[in-house]
Design a protein around this ligand. Structure first.
Ligand SMILES: Nc1ncnc2c1ncn2[C@@H]1O[C@H](COP(=O)(O)OP(=O)(O)O)[C@@H](O)[C@H]1O
Ligand SMILES: CC(=O)N[C@@H](CCC(=O)OP(=O)(O)O)C(=O)O
Length: 261
């Protein structure tokens, strides 16, 4: 039997931090036909608010070290400021958005990351353990558009900070029993580039073997490495289509980098 289609969009920190780019993204997201869900980041905004409060940010391999003070900041920024601004923006466009964290409706349970063998303690950072895809599917089928912030919970009362690309991958995979899922990672560039300085150098398709060589020769680096790993995890988890593209391409879904296994 054919499943209904759903589009899961992840929007990154650089787009959500600037009102103009966020407004444009929300307009393009609102125009997507059919069932949809938005996962947002906000890492850059959290770093700024933390700095304003005199709290320094430490990132290790793209993950934020999240002590008690930083957990308060990310809860306020992701669960409050960013999430509710996105919801208000979508409501203004006639989209019945519902803002939530992973704790709401027990959508995403995670486990606090243990101290690594190298002795790194990420603090209140959560690795996803399970997604309540059924609850999300019920909301979506009721006409609600969930807007998910990158916060999860451990089931014993603690909120945990979870990378937004991983949230998007987990949500997309958790929806596969209910929908035919398309996952779109939107960021400020038109796709994965063979030359980061040249926006015309989009690599149209990447498979896992190409990913290994792009990593080895330094073509992809930084936040792009976990984004690509999450993309392949999504495909392995049953997501039908994964695209890394610019927010601008959301409207017509042209271009971008398509991931294949
Ligand atoms: N080959 C590449 N093509 C495009 N971006 C790349 C590439 N290699 C590294 N990057 C970097 O990856 C970043 C995107 O990752 P990240 O900052 O985690 O995204 P997000 O904005 O979604 O949080 C880009 O801003 C860019 O600086
Ligand atoms: C554990 C961890 O690193 N969490 C991320 C969550 C936000 C995020 O991923 O936002 P972007 O998509 O804008 O990068 C962080 O606090 O930066």
């Amino acid at each position: 039997m054919c499943k209904d289609k759903i589009t899961v969009v992840k929007v990154g920190g650089k787009i959500v931090e600037e009102q103009d780019s966020l407004d444009r993204l929300l307009r393009d997201f609102a125009a997507i036909d059919g069932f949809k869900l938005l996962v947002h980041g906000g890492g850059r905004s959290a770093t700024k608010v933390a700095a304003d409060l005199g709290i320094a940010t430490t990132m290790i391999e793209g993950r934020r070290v999240t002590d008690e003070a930083m957990l308060r900041v990310v809860t306020m920024v992701y669960g409050g400021l960013v999430n509710k601004s996105v919801v208000a923006g979508l409501q203004a466009l006639g989209v019945d958005a519902l803002g939530m964290t992973g704790a709401d409706m027990d959508i995403i349970r995670s486990r606090r990351r243990p101290v690594t063998e190298a002795g790194i303690d990420y603090g209140w950072v959560g690795d996803v353990e399970r997604v309540n895809g059924e609850a999300l599917a019920t909301l979506v089928r009721a006409g609600v558009v969930p807007v998910v912030a990158p916060l999860t919970h451990d089931g014993i009362g603690h909120l945990l900070n979870t990378n937004a690309d991983t949230m998007a991958q987990s949500v997309a995979t958790g929806l596969t029993p209910y929908f035919d899922v398309r996952l779109v990672f939107c960021f400020e560039k038109p796709g994965v580039l063979s030359d980061e300085a040249d926006d015309d150098s989009v690599i149209p398709a990447i498979n896992p073997a190409m990913f290994e060589s792009l990593k080895a020769d330094g073509t992809v680096s930084g936040g792009m490495i976990p984004k690509l790993s999450n993309s392949f995890d999504a495909l392995c988890g049953g997501v039908g289509e994964v695209v890394i593209t610019s927010a601008a391409a959301l409207a017509d879904m042209s271009g971008g980098t398509h991931l294949t296994l």
